[in-house]
Write a protein that binds this ligand. Structure first.
Ligand code: T46
Length: 150
């Protein structure tokens, strides 16, 4: 499990390998825990947008798309869920089950989010403003482009 995504040179895009769980710095004292995400330390992008989700029915499936440019860090600030990641060649499933953990994701990977525990609240810190043209909504189109980048 990595502790930082910074300082490793160019990040390989369009592969599941650089997608990974990042253990966030946790400052614990008798008042509770405080976790930090700082651009240039835990993530290699400036956060241009943040959004969060709650009220997901346990059987729901979210995502079902890829991004052309967007990088992101996903945190289950409460509860848990899984993220299935697919680069057109390989697949991997990540489990987010503690607010100290973030899933760092690079562009050109397809993602699905499943198995939401009741009461889950997820937080997304992302590198780009909302732009529908950044999305692959069609898996075959994603697959064609992802494989041609190989
Ligand atoms: C991602 C996964 C992990 C906005 O208007 N602004 C926003 O910033 C976002 C994120 C969404 N929306 C609208 C677009 C849709 O009408 O909210 C609606 C739901 O979005 P979407 O269907 O894309 O939600 P998810 O959970 O499938 O995907 C989201 C993000 O869109 C995506 O970037 O990587 O979470």
């Amino acid at each position: 499990m990595g502790s930082s995504v910074n300082g490793g040179g160019d990040v390989m895009v369009g592969r599941v390998e650089p997608c990974r769980i990042v253990e966030l710095p946790e400052i614990v004292d008798p008042r509770g825990s405080l976790c930090v995400v700082e651009s240039g330390k835990e993530i290699d992008f400036d956060v241009k947008r943040a959004y969060y989700m709650f009220g997901m029915p346990p059987e729901t499936r979210r995502g079902g798309h890829g991004h052309r440019r967007l990088r992101q860090l996903i945190i289950a600030v409460h509860g848990s869920f899984k993220v299935d990641v697919d680069d057109g060649f390989n697949r991997r499933t990540f489990v987010l089950d503690h607010p100290r953990l973030g899933l760092y994701m690079t562009p050109m990977v397809w993602r699905d989010m499943v198995d939401f525990a009741p009461g889950t609240v997820g937080l997304w810190l992302v590198s780009e403003p909302y732009d529908e043209t950044d999305y692959y909504r069609d898996y075959d189109e994603f697959l064609r482009d992802a494989r041609s980048m190989a």
